[in-house]
Design a protein around this ligand. Structure first.
Ligand code: FES
Length: 167
C-alpha cells in the first residue's frame, strides 16, 4: 500500500472511531464500519480503538479474532463467501467449497494471485432453505450448483473487464 493510501486508511479509521466512540457497545459497530469502509480491520487500528474505548489491546484483539467476519488484510476486488454451516452442508456445500477452491486456485481465507477474488467461509447466510448458499460482493445466491458458481464468477470477471474498459 502506498504511503498516501495508508494515510487515507488511518484518517478514515480515526473518523469512524471519533464518531462512534461514545455510543453504548461501540466496539462492534466501530469494527463493522471500519471493515465496510476500508475492506478490513487494519492491525494498527486496534491500539487506537482500544485507547478510545478504554479497553485493553488484548480485549479488542480478542473480539476481532473471535468473529470470522473480520479480515485483517485487504481483500481482493471480489469477495466470494461460501456457506459451510450445517444446512448447506446437508445439500452439498462441501463439494461446492472444494469446487470454489479449484475454480479460484486459492484456499479459504486466501486471495487469488491476481488480486481479483478472496474466498471466505461463512456460517449461515440466512438462506438455509435454499442451500448451498453463496454471497458474492454482498449479493446472495441460493441453490448454487457447480455450474452456477462458475457462471457467477464469470459475471464478476465480466464486471471487472467492463470497469477496466470504461477507465
Ligand atoms: S446454513 Fe447456509 S444459509 Fe444457513
Amino acid at each position: 500500500m502506498s504511503d498516501s493510501a495508508a494515510v487515507a486508511v488511518r484518517e478514515r479509521v480515526a473518523r469512524i472511531v471519533a464518531t462512534r466512540r461514545d455510543m453504548p457497545g461501540a466496539l462492534l459497530p466501530i469494527l463493522h464500519e471500519i471493515q465496510d469502509t476500508v475492506g478490513y480491520v487494519p492491525a494498527d487500528a486496534l491500539p487506537e480503538i482500544a485507547r478510545a474505548l478504554n479497553l485493553s489491546r488484548a480485549e479488542v484483539h480478542g473480539v476481532v479474532t473471535f468473529y470470522h467476519h473480520f479480515r485483517d488484510s485487504k481483500p481482493g476486488r471480489h469477495v466470494v463467501q461460501v456457506c459451510r454451516a450445517e444446512a448447506c452442508q446437508s445439500v452439498g456445500s462441501e463439494a461446492l467449497a472444494a469446487h470454489a477452491e479449484r475454480a479460484l486456485g486459492c484456499g479459504f481465507h486466501e486471495t487469488t494471485a491476481d488480486g481479483e477474488f478472496t474466498l471466505e467461509p461463512v456460517y449461515c447466510l440466512g438462506q438455509c432453505a435454499c442451500g448451498p448458499a453463496v454471497m458474492i460482493d454482498g449479493r446472495l445466491a441460493g441453490r448454487v450448483t457447480l455450474q452456477r458458481f462458475d457462471a457467477l464468477l464469470k459475471a464478476c470477471a465480466d464486471v471487472t473487464e467492463d470497469q477496466e474498459v470504461q477507465a
